[in-house]
Design a protein around this ligand. Structure first.
Ligand code: MCN
Length: 792
């Protein structure tokens, strides 16, 4: 019997190659390529008066220097708004090279192409740009005041304002027996993947084809925009995502200026061209996220049940808005988490500032929303003197209320409706896993030794698997090996392992015989991309459906060959065999041979003989109508709406009474992403997310000064947690399958990061007894809060 692969904790097959250093990342490609250096703005806001490139052209080895004036008309257009929205009435995106004005430090102004990167950098230093500096708009308050403008023609710096409302929140709050109002501040952070952005392009003059390699989460979209901006037919452009050293959201945006400039230059110069972003460039030119100010107004009864919630968000969108309003829309809806809130109003203002633009970073607006909701729960508990888990318990949506439709609109324009979940069961599991009830004794023992301990928790629901679609192709080769392709790319999530499990399960073939390719438009041209924790739901189901087509075809051919009804056949260990008579079987590879009228016979001596023959009967053509040769199948999965995963985290911390340094003692996660394809991968995803959550809660911030200069644009200054700061994580799963897709899967890729700040704030507040309303909470910030509280 073939072992069931769905749900099996199989080791990731992609890892040995990567661990041996055999990965092929973007910068490993094109060793003979010309290389690019970008001249970037040192000013947050300035008019570009003149660019003198003559000094650069004198450098030996420089091939070309380009400014906006050198670009063809199509490339002079602004980059697209990838996700328009009716509320986005003042959308502004950037040019690939500055057209007379720069709006953040790091904006691309000119491009040098040279024989190598050193020469390109030397030449870039010799380009003299005359700027007229303008006042910079930095920070939510300054942007919201509208006194200074980022874009002259956009009053109030307001890209969009959007209100969503259910019930009568202001009325219910006014009439509630208890009311709290407070403000929360969350600093900017960023994806900061190990591998920065990069793009390589080669124009093949013989084939008239452009091949673009990009370290991207969306290769099919990069292909489409490159074709469009370079005015080439789509068929002449290929895009391949090589091995990618992390993306975490920042590589969804397309095109980056360099993703158009590099292919354009490669075609123009008839030579390979490559750009690899350096770390400093990544800090100042690749997008950030998280920065948000949140005003909460909540009314609740004496048991802690929320009666009305009114939220106002100021969202800092940076200088441009390439990705639409996705982040604040996600915060606005996902803020509600697992709680039954019937009277809710949320309004956000999306504001331009002279800082790096914003697009989703793992979690995408949810950590901010979770921080708002979970801080609210903690404050209610504190106000009423109730246990924090009890207040949450009383507000949870019950399993018998599923599906639960809030009446709001989600990021995909579809109803904000939870498909399944058992939140009370999750909470019960969490209390047990974290030994919540045993904490008072642990605290008392620690206190006796002069130590400060605290415990906290946070819950979230995460919309995953957004549409519109994803596809998969499954092909059994005559060797019996199975080749699988899907169009989205992989940045470390382990798709090759997980999708091989899906196919092994559907086809009854050994897992080792399945090989998966992702992110190559030559192999699968229709795809959306890897983001929004959607690959498992979307490609997983598409590949499953494609494999079922192959299964059906294999059974049909075998049924004809063996003269046995399909119902009497089974697929086991790569063979179709007769139920109850396993000796009567045909290997899938032979069926693959038989499926092609031009048969490539597979003989024991491994010699390939070609034989022209029609299969089976003579009363139908070799390829019957509606059929295709080959044992292969393609299918797509396109859901009506998102599926919602959920989870809860509890964390126990110790705060140093002298230094306010925070140490995490225990971290517990209960997680429900429906049917698990591979629990080990999911746990890895959760742990990686927790690490980023810890970073967001305690360390990471983009320290902009009032002039829009990023003061910590290096890993010397931007603090990330090391292995020493990331706790061991205990994970427990709950599996409530999604009724929305054939495999019952929900996404898992962002889950770990979402409640980090909220859970840590809860625990630290519990330890020190001082209200926490801002993140990140560095020791110095925490110390200042404690000192201020002591002096009150
Ligand atoms: N999985 C599973 N069972 C489930 C759900 C998921 O076994 N029920 C597995 C999937 O098969 C996949 C992994 O878990 O191998 C994550 O799946 P999914 O939730 O579909 O997320 P995506 O594959 O779409 O990945 C995107 C998500 C996001 S949005 C960010 S940001 C992120 C993340 O994944 N960036 C990452 N995880 C990352 N992990 C790494 N190493 N690098 C990144 O850049």
């Amino acid at each position: 019997m073939t072992t069931r692969m769905l749900g099996a904790p199989v080791l990731r097959t992609e890892d040995p190659r990567l661990l041996r250093g055999e990965g092929r990342y973007l910068d490993d490609l094109g060793q003979g390529a010309y290389e690019v250096a970008i001249v970037r703005s040192p000013h947050a806001h300035a008019r570009v008066l003149d660019i003198d490139v003559t000094g650069a052209l004198d450098v030996d080895g420089v091939v070309a220097v380009y400014t906006y004036e050198d670009l063809p008309p199509r490339l002079r257009e602004r980059l697209p708004v990838l996700i328009p929205h009716p509320a986005l009435t003042a959308a502004r995106t950037q040019h690939v090279l500055a057209a007379g004005e720069v709006n953040h430090v790091g904006e691309a102004v000119a491009m040098v192409v040279a024989r190598d990167r050193y020469l390109a950098e030397d030449a870039a230093n010799r380009i003299h740009v005359a700027y007229e500096p303008l006042p910079a708009v930095v920070g939510h308050e300054r942007a919201a005041s509208g006194q200074l403008l980022v874009h002259d023609d956009i009053p109030g710096n307001l890209a969009a304002t959007l209100t969503q409302e259910i019930g009568d929140a202001p009325g219910r709050i006014a009439a509630a027996p208890n009311r709290l109002t407070f403000r929360l501040d969350i600093d900017r952070s960023a994806s900061t993947p190990m591998e920065t952005r990069g793009v390589h392009a080669r124009w093949d003059a013989d084939d008239q084809r452009l091949r673009v390699h990009s370290s991207t989460q969306t290769p099919t979209s990069v292909r489409a925009v490159v074709a469009s901006y370079l005015e080439l037919p789509l068929a002449q452009v290929e895009c391949v995502a090589p091995d990618i050293g992390g993306g975490f959201g920042v590589k969804i945006v397309h095109p980056w200026p360099e993703e158009l400039l590099v292919p354009w230059a490669a075609r123009l110069l008839g030579h390979e061209v490559k750009f690899t972003e350096d770390r400093r460039e990544h800090f100042i030119s690749a997008n950030h996220e998280r920065g948000q100010v949140q005003f909460i107004d909540v009314g609740f009864d004496d048991d802690g049940r929320i009666l009305g919630l009114d939220v106002r968000l100021l969202h800092d969108h940076g200088a441009y808005i390439p990705y639409g309003l996705i982040v604040p829309i996600i915060t606005s809806t996902q803020l509600l988490g697992p709680y039954r809130i019937t009277d809710y109003r949320v309004r956000f203002d999306s504001l331009y500032t002279n800082t790096v633009p914003v697009s989703p970073y793992r979690g995408a607006g949810r950590p901010q929303g979770c921080f708002a909701m979970e801080r609210t729960m903690d404050r209610i508990a504190r106000h009423l003197g109730l246990d924090r888990t009890l207040v949450r318990e009383r507000n949870l949506i019950r399993p018998d209320e599923m599906p639960y439709d809030f009446g709001l609109t989600f990021q995909d324009g579809r109803p904000y409706a939870y498909d399944s979940g058992d939140f009370p069961a999750s909470l019960a599991k969490l209390r047990e896993l974290a030994d919540w009830d045993g904490f008072p004794a642990r605290r008392a023992a620690a206190e006796a030794a002069g130590r400060l301990l605290g415990i906290g928790m946070a819950a979230y629901v995460e919309g995953t698997g957004v549409g519109p679609y994803e596809g998969g192709h499954v092909q059994v080769e005559t060797t019996g090996k199975v080749k699988v392709a899907t169009g989205l790319s992989t940045q470390g999530q382990g798709h090759r392992t997980a999708f091989a499990q899906v196919v092994a399960d559907a086809l009854g073939v050994p897992f080792e015989d399945v090989e998966v390719v992702t992110g190559d438009t030559r192999r699968f041209a229709y795809a959306v991309g890897t983001f929004a924790s959607r690959a498992a739901v979307m490609s997983g189901n598409a590949i499953h459906l494609a494999a079922l087509k192959v299964r059906e075809k294999a059974l049909r051919i075998a049924s004809e060959a063996l003269e046995v009804d399909v119902e009497d056949l089974e697929l086991v260990d790569g063979h179709v065999r007769v139920v109850g008579s396993p000796a009567t079987s045909i290997p899938l590879g032979v069926l693959a041979t038989m499926s092609n009228p031009l048969r490539y016979a597979f003989d024991a001596s491994a010699r390939i003989a070609t034989q022209f023959a029609s299969p089976g009967t003579t009363d139908r053509p070799p390829v019957a109508a509606g059929e295709s040769p080959g044992l292969e199948g393609t299918d797509f999965y396109s859901p009506l709406r998102s599926t919602f995963a959920n989870g809860m985290h509890a964390v126990e911390v110790e705060v140093d009474p002298e230094t306010s340094d925070v140490r995490i003692l225990r971290y517990s996660v209960v997680h429900d992403c429906g049917t698990l394809i591979n629990p080990m991968i999911v746990e890895g995803q959760i742990m990686g997310g927790v690490a980023q959550g810890v970073g967001g809660a305690l360390y990471e911030e983009m320290a902009y000064d009032e002039h829009g200069q990023l003061l910590n644009a290096s890993f010397m200054d931007f603090l990330m947690p090391y292995a020493s700061e990331v706790p061991a994580v205990a994970v427990d799963h709950l599996e409530t399958p999604s009724p929305l897709n054939p495999l019952g899967i929900k996404g898992a890729g962002e889950a770990g990061v979402i409640p980090g700040s909220a859970a840590l704030a809860s625990a630290i507040e519990d330890a020190v007894g001082v209200g926490i309303d801002a993140m990140p909470l560095s020791p110095s910030r925490l110390h200042a809060l404690r000192v201020a509280a002591d002096h009150r």
